[in-house]
Design a protein. Structure first.
Length: 139
């Protein structure tokens, strides 16, 4: 009887750890910070612009590449590139931000060193900022 109670307690403990630990670990390591909507990158922002990031390189299809904008390891907003290799972020707060990639979701078809590419951008009110990132530069 003691063994059954102990087994049940262990199973319940493992389930509880799964519900608490897995989301925390995934949020910290895989996502690498807080994922927010673009306008939430700066809680006090009142002026916004748009950012278009074009991803190129190696003649491969750039569709589905996760592009992050914000602060590496901190708040960031995330989009995936469309069939043309473009990720569009609307309502990005005015100011300087970093465009970067999440190494955990970076496509295996590209050299993993390309996942370390970062580019600084400046968002201007009411304007579209265009930036191109060549994944070939990460080699």
């Amino acid at each position: 009887m003691k063994n059954i109670a102990l087994s049940i307690a262990i199973v319940i403990g493992c389930i509880a750890i799964g519900f608490v630990a897995v989301p925390l670990v995934r949020n910290f390591y895989v996502i690498g910070g807080d994922r927010v909507a673009p306008y939430q990158l700066n809680d006090h922002a009142t002026e916004f612009g748009e950012l278009q990031v074009s991803v190129t390189g190696f003649g491969l299809s750039p569709a589905g590449v996760e592009v992050d904008v914000g602060t590496p390891g901190g708040r960031k907003t995330v989009m995936q590139t469309d069939d043309t290799g473009t990720a569009t972020f609307v309502n990005v707060p005015v100011g300087s931000w970093t465009v970067f990639f999440n190494p955990y979701t970076f496509p295996k078809a590209y050299p993993q060193s390309s996942a370390n590419i970062q580019k600084q951008v400046t968002i201007t009110q009411g304007m579209t900022t265009n930036v191109t990132i060549d994944l070939g530069q990460g080699q």
